[in-house]
Write a protein that binds this ligand. Sequence first.
Ligand code: HEC
Length: 162
Amino acid sequence: MNLKFLVPIMLIAFLASCGGDDNKPKTTTSNTPKKEVKKEEVKPAETTNADPMSNKGIGPVSSITLGDLDAKLVEKGHEVYKEKGCTACHKFKKRLVGPPLQGVITRRSPEWIMNMILNPEEMVEKDPIARKLLEEYSAPMANQNLTEEEARSILEYFRTKE
Ligand code: HEC
């Protein structure tokens, strides 16, 4: 008589232990949020690379319209470039203390270039492109205390170095 009751009890005990196994998948699903976090970490670095020509930098220059090349301004820019010591750190085709400046006009906006010349300390601290350059060159761009007019003339000179 007692055996008839034992069989269903053993069945229940067996099913209950199977139910215990069902809990295992829950521990594996708790690992998935970690993977999602990793994906999010990658995003900010990608967005800083977005279209460098739309970045105007940080400083006094907010809007520049380039007209036809002004030969007199190019000449003045060349003089200022030599007088203000830019050549101590820059060449056009080779890396020196700073980056080679050949074609800089094609990879940075005119406003960004002037702000880099006029306000390098803040640029190197806050602007994403300038910060990366500082990381790469590990020497900070020096402020040569140019006027906005002088910086504009150098920009014109750079237009001849595409
Ligand atoms: C003491 C060295 C030094 C002097 C002097 C200097 N620079 Fe620089 N320049 C750098 C460095 C280094 C960088 C890269 C950014 C950084 O590390 O701060 C740079 C970056 C630049 C950039 C950005 C280049 C790019 O590829 O985006 C421009 C434009 C520039 N300098 C123009 C000038 C001009 C114009 C002068 C003169 C008025 C000048 N620099 C004087 C060291 C110098």
